[in-house]
Design a protein around this ligand. Structure first.
Ligand code: SF4
Ligand code: SF4
Length: 83
């Protein structure tokens, strides 16, 4: 069997079409927020927006927990995905 080296990207925008949160085990929940913006700064996926409080796009959040670790007031808690 012959394998092709590399990958073929057939069209742009696949990360928009394909939700990337399906393998998330823990989900960040914002319980308290003073709108400092640190979680949004550190989120590697760029899925947090600061509105009236930190707001997470769960379609693309991968549950890494960095936001919860960085929040200075411990306002984000990680909970099991199915709760
Ligand atoms: S780090 Fe904490 S306090 Fe700061 S914006 Fe995020 S949730 Fe709010
Ligand atoms: S858990 Fe990770 S990917 Fe999800 S919002 Fe927090 S920092 Fe971003």
């Amino acid at each position: 069997m012959k394998y092709t080296v590399g990958a073929v990207i057939e069209e742009p925008g696949s990360s928009i079409v394909n939700k990337t949160s399906s393998w998330r085990v823990l989900k960040p929940v914002v319980n308290n927020c003073k709108r400092c913006g640190l979680c949004a700064t550190f989120c590697p996926e760029g899925v947090i927006q600061i509105k009236d409080k930190a707001t997470i796009d769960y379609d693309y959040c991968k549950g890494c927990g960095i936001c919860a670790a960085e929040c200075p007031i411990k306002g984000i808690v990680m909970v099991p995905e199915n709760k």
